[in-house]
Design a protein around this ligand. Structure first.
Ligand SMILES: Nc1ncnc2c1ncn2[C@@H]1O[C@H](COP(=O)(O)OP(=O)(O)OP(=O)(O)O)[C@@H](O)[C@H]1O
Ligand SMILES: [Mg+2]
Length: 489
């Protein structure tokens, strides 16, 4: 409590400095646009149209929706820094929280934000924040119209009938550093490829349910479901779990993706999403069906490792738990509440273990779920004092057979195989794995007939060495390299 009759000063923020600081929330262009789409979806838009232009004179990004629009008072409030108190309850479908997104997301990319809106009565209103005008006037001056004829032209028409809102970004100083070079333009277009992908995954549930359609420069954004990668090979769904905080439900559904060797080339490319397959492992946190984290271990202190990359854990939370999850203004990060942290960590841990098994067995376990079967590996890994080495399994039946066959000469073969293990290009493979553009295949990955040839040649050698045909097939079928041949009988 403040003592009564205290004296005080009023210290208002200096407009330009404050707005400059509001530019540094750390948005990327894709998280900034997603923040505006949140507003459109909350305003019940079913269509959202993003267009952009880039040339020396007029570079802009324009985001139009057919939502409920705003009247003048609502528009003024929308343009205010801090339109709403974050502590106030929101409608259960509201994707907002802080009353900041429209401004912070826009200023992270541009120096001029104009909003034109039409309410359901057909009345149109415009307001514009221009950071240079604010700096010039040294006050919170919000223009009541478009700043110039270029803006007017871009905002002249609504594309949809009825109510709706257009957000226009101009003076894109953060998005376009210079457009003198062709490569700058290409860089700009590439950014929008990522925007398209980001929106496809962030709002995939809305697009899949036909509630919203989004287009970027007339091309529709396709939904991208991060757990449902392949049409032919389903992801493994582990046990779903429901937790609750203050009677509010949290749903956790871990998935293990199919091993990449089971996917088509296009499906494998899709797995990369934006940051690469390994980076996209982890928790996918949905707040009101909108994706907040697209693969992150949040604050669980798990490292992102290649071998865990098949693990994706879907967590659904309502907007009533924003404080507990410490949702940030960008809607791009969160923290796991202490009360459920231990349980979530253990679910993630056991899912990771299962994912590693599938990954290291090249997917062999998916098909043989339920069946206990010993698999014999050609390569083995050993860890001692934190140092990992990979070596060729000298107890492998084929290895033993060849060594026995060569008898006195077997040293030549054994030493040669040791050299093969010694020369394995570990650094090169590790480097290639971390590059999202590179898809790694083994030499016979898609050459089943060549692999079959080796199978039958090994079979006849084994039979020639006195092993019964049934036993020889059993031995070969248990080898890791022949798993993709679906057991020859
Ligand atoms: N496209 C739109 N259609 C209708 N109203 C909108 C639109 N965009 C913004 N608004 C109004 O402006 C308000 C302020 O938006 P802003 O994104 O700044 O904050 P918020 O969505 O309330 O919270 P957050 O900071 O979490 O995004 C919204 O609450 C909404 O009332
Ligand atoms: Mg918002």
């Amino acid at each position: 409590m403040i003592k009564q009759n205290q004296q005080y000063d009023i210290v208002r923020p200096e407009p330009e400095s404050f707005l400059q600081s509001a530019r540094a929330f750390g948005y990327s262009v894709e998280t900034a646009i997603a923040d505006l789409i949140d507003n459109s979806i909350t305003a019940k838009a079913s269509e959202i149209k993003i267009t952009y232009g880039i040339d020396r004179y007029t570079s802009f990004v324009r985001i139009e929706d057919n939502g409920k629009g705003m009247n003048e008072k609502e528009l003024l409030n929308a343009m205010k820094i801090g339109s709403f108190n974050p502590l106030h309850a929101r409608h259960e479908n509201d994707l907002g929280r802080f009353g900041l997104g429209l401004k912070t997301a826009s200023f992270s990319q541009c120096r001029r934000l104009t909003v034109k809106t039409r309410n359901k009565l057909g009345k149109e209103f415009i307001r514009c924040w221009d950071l240079d005008f604010v700096a010039d006037k040294k006050d919170w001056v919000l223009l009541r119209n478009c700043a110039d004829t270029k803006s007017e032209k871009i905002l002249s028409d609504f594309s949809f009938d009825g109510a709706g809102t257009i957000i226009l970004w101009e003076k894109l100083d953060r998005l376009v550093e210079s457009i003198e070079l062709k490569s700058d333009k290409e860089h700009f277009y590439r950014k929008f490829d990522n925007v398209r992908k980001h929106l496809g995954i962030t709002f995939h549930r809305f697009i899949e349910a036909d509630e919203v359609s989004i287009s970027v420069n007339t091309e529709g954004v396709e939904a991208f479901n991060p757990f449902n990668i392949s049409v032919d090979v389903p992801s493994t769904e582990l046990q779903e779990e429901q937790l609750s905080i203050r009677n509010q439900q949290i749903r956790i559904q871990p998935y293990i993706l199919p091993h990449e060797s089971k996917l088509s080339l296009d499906e494998r490319k899709e797995l990369q999403i934006i940051k690469g397959w390994t980076e996209h492992q982890g928790i996918y946190l949905y707040r009101n069906r909108r994706l907040i984290a697209d693969g992150s271990w949040l604050d669980l202190n798990f490292r992102k490792k290649e071998a865990q990359r098949l693990c994706r854990i879907c967590i659904d939370i309502p907007n009533t738990l924003d404080t507990e999850w410490q949702i940030d203004v960008k809607k791009a990060s969160a923290k796991i509440p202490d009360v459920i942290r231990k349980r979530v960590k253990s679910i993630c841990f056991s899912s990771i273990e299962k994912a590693i098994k599938i990954y290291t067995s090249r997917g062999a376990y998916i098909k043989r779920k339920g069946q206990k079967k010993e698999i014999v590996y050609l390569w083995l890994a050993k860890q001692k004092h934190g140092i990992k080495t990979y070596f060729i399994n000298e107890k492998h039946p084929l290895f033993e057979l060849i060594a026995e066959f060569l008898s006195d000469e077997s040293d030549v073969f054994t030493n040669y195989m040791k050299l093969v293990a010694e020369a394995i290009p570990v650094n090169l493979i590790a480097n290639d794995f971390s590059d999202p553009e590179t898809i790694i295949e083994t030499p016979l990955q898609n050459k089943t007939s060549a692999l079959e040839k080796i199978f039958y040649s090994a079979l006849s050698i084994l039979i020639g060495a006195g092993v019964s045909e049934a036993e020889a097939k059993k031995q070969l079928n248990s080898m890791d390299v022949f798993q993709k041949l679906n057991n020859k009988s």
